[in-house]
Design a protein around this ligand. Structure first.
Ligand code: HEM
Length: 130
């Protein structure tokens, strides 16, 4: 089976840019109204752990093994942290942006398509639970 391009892009970013979490949150807060306020009390360690889970989920090509994890986190994010459904898409677009920037000239339509379809797939999982 061909290697997943989303996975490949993470590998390249790890080599080229190292830890991208600060850049992802910067991009995210700039594009998503209300998100910064929701996360002001959250320190860098927890922010980092959250993104580790987001990376793990984005590298996943199938969410059937993630049912209970997603049920728990989506409910928790909605009820305990007041996260709105559109905040997920914004976070993933911010991540895609930072990865595209890190890849620079290596980023192409195939990466764009792979990322867009992964985001679409994941957002369907979120919408089913909101
Ligand atoms: C793919 C989507 C997401 C996943 C998998 C995810 C996962 C997580 C995890 C695992 C934690 C706990 C980290 C820890 O304590 O170890 C967390 C915390 C948090 N997340 Fe997310 N998250 C997602 C999206 C979002 C979005 C879109 C927002 C909106 C701003 C958000 C806001 C928060 C907040 C505010 C906390 C900290 C809660 C607290 O400890 O008070 N998350 N997230």
């Amino acid at each position: 089976m061909a290697k997943d391009l989303v996975y490949t892009s993470f590998e390249i970013v790890a080599e080229k840019a190292g830890d991208i979490s600060l850049a992802v949150y910067k991009n995210y807060f700039a594009r998503c109204p209300g998100s910064k306020e929701l996360m002001t009390h959250v320190d860098d360690i927890v922010r980092g752990r959250m993104l580790d889970e987001v990376y793990r989920l984005m590298m996943n090509e199938d969410y059937s093994d993630e049912e209970s994890y997603l049920n728990f986190e989506v409910k928790n994010h909605r009820l305990a942290y007041s996260v709105k459904p559109d905040m997920y898409g914004n976070l993933l677009e911010a991540l895609k942006d930072v990865i595209a920037e890190s890849l620079g000239a290596e980023w192409n339509d195939a990466y764009e398509l792979a990322w867009q379809s992964r985001i679409d797939l994941f957002i369907k999982e979120i919408q089913n639970r909101h």
